[in-house]
Design a protein around this ligand. Structure first.
Ligand code: URA
Length: 188
């Protein structure tokens, strides 16, 4: 399947009940040839209205975090979510909803073939790195999966709630930058 076919098929998805309450599905944004893939949890209110990931307050912070290390959502990375449709009232996506949706992300992953995957927050890390992932202990650490490097950062919304975690996130971002420079050919 091509990117455009995939995006069209995703827009018609009815694999779980979230399509009934969403405004727009949020497929993803960025460079489809990126070496670095960021994965959040699921759309919030602003994302649901605009059809793009991370465009609310947390998204503005994410853009600032990215720019600290020379990354830009439209230039040199791709951003997607575990679930493509907004869970009502911003609740965590249910496991059944994640299970129903994950094949869209798998297909995006297969097309991108990233060298590095950055999980934004606990939900994404528990789904993509390991079920018992502990974000407060394991953020910023590298996990190898079939030669692809995975790392989790605190979710930008968590950093808005608790600014005390920002210094650790700065260290994690610098570590991410170091590894991007070491393993990616055309990102930075
Ligand atoms: N939070 C997420 O995890 N993803 C978005 O797209 C927006 C907010």
């Amino acid at each position: 399947m091509t990117w455009d076919e995939l995006e069209r098929a995703c827009a018609d998805c009815r694999k779980c009940a979230l399509y009934e309450t969403r405004t727009k599905p949020v497929f993803g944004v960025g460079n489809r040839a990126a070496e670095v893939l960021f994965v959040g949890e699921g759309p919030g209110e602003s994302e649901d209205l605009q059809g793009e990931p991370f465009v609310g307050r947390a998204g503005k912070l994410l853009d600032d975090m990215l720019s600290l290390i020379g990354l830009d959502r439209r230039e040199n990375i791709y951003i997607a979510n575990i679930v493509k449709c907004r869970p009502p009232k911003n609740r965590d996506p249910l496991n059944t909803e994640q299970d129903a949706c994950i094949d869209w992300l798998r297909a995006q992953y297969a097309l991108i073939r990233p060298k590095i995957v950055v999980c934004l927050g606990r939900i994404s890390a528990m789904r993509l790195i390991k079920e018992d992932f502990k974000i407060s202990r394991e953020h910023g650490q590298w996990f190898d999966k079939d030669g692809v490097r995975f790392m989790a950062l605190y979710h930008p919304a968590a950093l808005l709630r608790d600014p005390n975690r920002r210094p650790e996130t700065f260290v994690d971002l610098k570590e991410l930058e170091r590894v991007i420079r070491a393993v990616c050919e055309h990102t930075l």
